[in-house]
Design a protein. Structure first.
Length: 277
């Protein structure tokens, strides 16, 4: 099982290039950063995890931050968990991701979700009622843009005539991981994604059930990356036994020196688990 870090890189904490270099030195496999363009002051939509973390208010643009991390690393996978694709321009995003993949020699993972903050998506002109259908078409269109010299897509929510769009990713397409555990999200996973991003509170039996369900759909190749886990050795052991491919551990938003100390602690937690494999 691989081990990554899930962190909010902000203007108040460690710089992404410093974090990335330290992670690679300590043997971590991946870095996942979240995305919010903004947080509406109204705060009508409650944060799913309780109190809104300060990092969600101040996080850097994930693709800019991951580019900085790419310059200081050689092997670290660079992921979003999750990018809010429904709030983004499709063609600019296709170019942004492919550019980062090219500059990092094919190390990008595009983790996406439909989002939870209704006011935020409305500020982008997105109808919350159709965000799932929009996301599905966007993922289909991204693959067309990345794979074809003359790409076009004609759907209900995404529609464009043939376009030229370079650069292309290093691989046929950047691996797409999707969050979501309801029927619609799992359908999107089976039909359009390369990996699944369940939250760490997902019971191991549910992880096994989805793995079996995916196999029934002919998808034995889906990577399962559990997101945002605490540094609990017993939990990590259960996740490994459930057949999880990767776990990203939560790294709090702290000043640089404290972040590096905490990263040392997390490395010490996962080292015995690596040795057991």
């Amino acid at each position: 099982m691989d081990f990554g870090i899930a962190a909010s890189v902000t203007d108040e904490g460690i710089r992404p290039q410093v974090l990335g270099a330290a992670m690679e030195e300590k043997g971590f496999d991946s870095l996942y950063l979240p995305e919010h363009s903004h947080i509406p002051v109204s705060r009508e939509t409650p944060y799913p995890g309780g109190e809104l973390p300060r990092g969600a208010l101040r996080n850097l643009d994930p693709f800019v931050a991951l580019t900085a991390a790419a310059t200081a690393t050689s092997n670290l996978r660079l992921g979003t968990a999750v990018a809010l694709m429904i709030q983004r321009d499709l063609l600019y995003t296709a170019k942004e991701i492919a550019s980062l993949d090219l500059l990092s020699d094919g190390r990008v993972v595009f983790g996406v979700g439909a989002g939870w903050n209704i006011e935020e998506m409305r500020n982008h002109g997105v109808d919350p009622r159709t965000r799932g259908a929009l996301l599905t078409e966007q993922l289909q269109a991204l693959k067309e843009i990345w794979a074809k010299d003359e790409a076009e897509f004609h759907g209900k929510h995404v529609d464009f005539d043939p376009v030229y769009a370079w650069p292309k990713p290093v691989r046929k397409h950047v691996p797409i991981y999707v969050a979501g555990q309801g029927p619609a999200g799992l359908k999107r996973l089976a039909e359009h994604a390369d990996g699944w991003l369940p939250h760490s509170v997902t019971p191991p039996e549910e992880l096994r059930r989805v793995r079996s369900w995916l196999a029934d759909q002919g998808r034995t190749d889906v990577w399962i990356s559990v997101f945002g886990a605490p540094a609990d050795p017993e939990l990590l052991k259960r996740l490994a036994e459930a057949g999880v491919d990767e776990v990203s551990l939560i790294l709090p938003t702290l000043p640089e020196a404290e972040t590096l100390e905490r990263l040392d602690e997390l490395a010490n937690v996962v080292e015995p688990l690596r040795a057991r494999e």
